[in-house]
Write a new protein. Structure first.
Length: 232
């Protein structure tokens, strides 16, 4: 099983190294960023199960980092670690998109418990109700177990494993935009992403198979810069 991955964003080197070591001892895979700009770049290129984020950072502060991540519809859990300890600071951090806020100095054991709880909660949220083996929409029928589909004109097609997984993910999240990061992580299992074109090609195939008019799709939609959506 793949290790859970954490992006650690902290510019104070001694603290950074101590945290990294302790997280790795807990079995996490840790990616380091020492400023806000590199943190944003890392999130755009990789999937993380959690971000630990300092507020006072060079290049771009932690609040701006959170805003940028949330604008991109990325729901990755964020644990803020900050020397700013007033209730106003905490409220601002939570408003900007933090899931939890821990002030420095902190107890290491408490930090590790909070990290585990946030990751567990995020995994539970992502496990949607399964739709079963057979799914029918319009004149189309998908058999996920057999990896087969009967299309609108009655043709039976064999689906690749990744096509079946992507169809299932989109349909289970019906009417919700699924971010490309989540698709690439769930279907491809990548930590580092290939180009968006990979998913675009799959969506084009689905339109060919299942849509009456592939230029004006009813079911399979691309939402520019965000992700993809199945709707009925």
């Amino acid at each position: 099983m793949k290790s859970l991955s954490i992006l650690l964003v902290e510019d104070e080197e001694n603290l950074h190294e101590a945290l990294k070591l302790n997280l790795e001892l807990e079995g996490y895979e840790v990616t380091s960023a020492f400023d806000g700009l590199n943190a944003v770049k890392a999130v755009q290129n990789e999937y993380f199960d959690l971000i630990i984020l300092d507020i006072m950072l060079p290049e771009m502060d932690g609040l701006a980092v959170m805003e940028t991540i949330r604008i991109q519809n990325n729901e990755v859990p964020i644990l803020v670690l900050s020397a700013k300890s007033t209730s106003a600071d905490r409220v601002l951090g939570l408003k900007k998109g933090a899931d939890d806020y821990l002030t420095k100095p902190f107890n290491l054991e408490e930090l590790l418990i909070r990290v585990q709880k946030l990751i567990d909660k995020n995994i539970r949220i992502q496990v949607k109700d399964s739709i079963g083996d057979i799914y029918v929409f319009g004149d189309n029928r998908i058999d996920f177990k057999a990896q087969e589909a009967v299309t609108k004109n009655g043709t039976t097609i064999q689906l690749s494993k990744k096509e079946a997984m992507l169809l299932k993910l989109l349909i289970e999240n019906k009417n919700d935009v699924v971010p490309r990061e989540k698709i690439l992580q769930t279907v491809w299992g990548y930590n580092v992403y290939p180009t968006t074109r990979t998913i675009d090609n799959f969506i084009l195939n689905f339109r060919k198979y299942f849509e009456d008019d592939s230029r004006n799709p009813r079911y399979f939609h691309s939402v520019r810069g965000v992700g993809y959506k199945y709707s009925e």
